[in-house]
Write a protein that binds this ligand. Structure first.
Ligand code: GRG
Length: 304
C-alpha cells in the first residue's frame, strides 16, 4: 500500500547512525594500524576504538552530504573529530584533571597503560588528527582543506576545548558560579567540537557562507542542549534510583542547570534549544536535513 511505501521511505535515524558509526569505525581502524612502537599504538587504539557513539563524525558526514558533498570527502575530517574527542577524554580522565577510573565502560587509558603513555597517546591522537586531514582528504579543493584545518585548530586550543577545561577547573567547588560561567564551560568543552564537526563537514562539501553560518548556529544549540539534557538526566536518574548509592553526590558542589534554574525551567530551556537548532535547518531540503534534524531530537530525548 501507499502507506507502506511512505513508511519505507521514512528516514530511520537509528539505522542512519548505525551505518555511519560502522563506516567510521572501519576508517579509524585503518587510519591507526598497529605498528612499532606497539605500546603507543595500542594505547591510541584502545581509547579510539572503545565504542563511542560517533556523534561528531556523524555530524561531520551529515553536514557534508547535506550541502552536496559525500561521505568519502568528509571521512578523514570525521575521523579527526573523533581523534580529538578521544584525546580530550583521555586527558580529562588523568589524575591531574578529573581522575576517573572508567570511560565508555572500560578502565581509563592511564589505568591500563600508565599516566606517561596516556599523555603521549592523547598527544599522538591530537597531532595525527591534523596530519590525517591534510594528507588523506581526497576530492576536495586545497583551500577548503586548509580552512578546515584552521577551524579545527581554533576549536581545540585556548579559544575552544582548552578554554572550557581551564575555566571548568578554575570554577570547581566555587559556590558563586552562575549561569554565565556554566554556559561558557559547556559551550567550550562540548559545543565547539560539535560545531567544528558540522562546519568542517559543510566546508568540505562546498557549502555557501550562509549555509555554514546556519549550520554553525544549529550545532552550537545542539552542543548546549547536550549538556542541559545531561544535567537534567543526572537529577531524574538519581531520583529514579533513590536508595542506591548515588555516585553523582560526589559532584554535589558542581553547578548544573537544574540547580541554577530549577528542573522545570531547565526542561523549557532544553526545548527552546531544540527548537532553535531545528529552525536553522528550515531553509534546507527537509529530506536531506533529516539526519541533522534527527540528531537534534536524539540528543534532546535520549534517556541516558
Ligand atoms: C590537551 C589540547 C588538549 C585539550 C584537552 C581535557 C580537555 C582539554 C578538555 C575536556 C573536554 C571534555 C572531556 C569535554 C566533555 C565532552 C563530552 C560531552 C563527552 C561525552 O561525549 P559523548 O557522549 O561520548 O559523545 P562518547 O563516549 O559517546 O563518544
Amino acid at each position: 500500500s501507499l502507506e507502506t511505501i511512505a513508511d519505507n521511505l521514512k528516514f530511520d535515524f537509528n539505522v542512519y547512525m548505525k551505518s555511519k558509526a560502522q563506516a567510521v569505525n572501519v576508517a579509524l581502524d585503518k587510519a591507526v594500524p598497529m605498528q612499532y612502537p606497539e605500546k603507543i599504538r595500542e594505547a591510541m587504539r584502545y581509547s579510539l576504538l572503545a565504542g563511542g557513539k560517533r556523534v561528531r563524525p556523524a555530524l561531520c558526514i551529515a553536514a557534508c552530504e547535506l550541502v552536496g558533498g559525500n561521505e568519502e570527502m568528509s571521512m578523514p575530517a570525521a575521523c579527526a573529530m573523533e581523534m580529538v574527542h578521544t584525546m580530550s577524554l583521555i586527558h580529562d580522565d588523568l589524575p591531574c584533571m578529573d581522575n576517573d577510573d572508567l570511560r565508555r565502560g572500560k578502565p581509563t587509558n592511564h589505568k591500563v597503560f600508565g599516566e606517561d603513555t596516556a599523555v603521549l597517546a592523547g598527544d599522538a591522537l591530537l597531532t595525527y588528527a591534523f596530519e590525517h586531514i591534510a594528507r588523506d582528504t581526497t576530492g576536495v579543493p586545497a583551500d577548503r582543506v586548509l580552512r578546515v584545518i584552521a577551524h579545527l585548530g581554533k576549536a581545540v586550543g585556548s579559544e575552544g576545548l582548552v578554554a572550557g577545561q581551564i575555566v571548568d577547573i578554575a570554577s570547581e567547588g566555587d559556590p558563586t558560579v552562575g549561569l554565565e560561567t556554566l554556559e561558557y564551560v559547556h559551550t567550550h568543552k562540548t559545543a565547539v567540537l560539535l560545531e567544528s564537526s558540522v562546519v568542517c563537514g559543510a566546508i568540505l562539501g562546498g557549502a555557501s557562507e550562509d549555509e555554514i553560518s546556519r549550520l554553525s548556529k544549529y550545532a552550537r544549540n545542539v552542543g548546549l542542549l547536550f549538556q542541559v539534557v545531561d544535567d537534567i538526566l543526572d537529577v531524574t536518574k538519581s531520583s529514579a534510583e533513590l536508595g542506591k548509592t548515588a555516585g553523582k553526590d560526589l559532584l554535589a558542589d558542581k553547578a548544573t542547570y537544574p540547580k541554577l534554574l530549577g528542573l522545570e525551567k531547565s526542561k523549557a530551556f532544553a526545548e527552546e534549544l531544540t527548537r532553535k537548532a531545528k529552525d536553522q535547518l528550515s531553509v534546507f531540503d527537509q529530506q536531506k536535513a533529516a539526519p541533522l534534524l534527527g540528531l537534534a531530537d536524539y540528543i534532546a530525548y535520549r534517556q541516558n
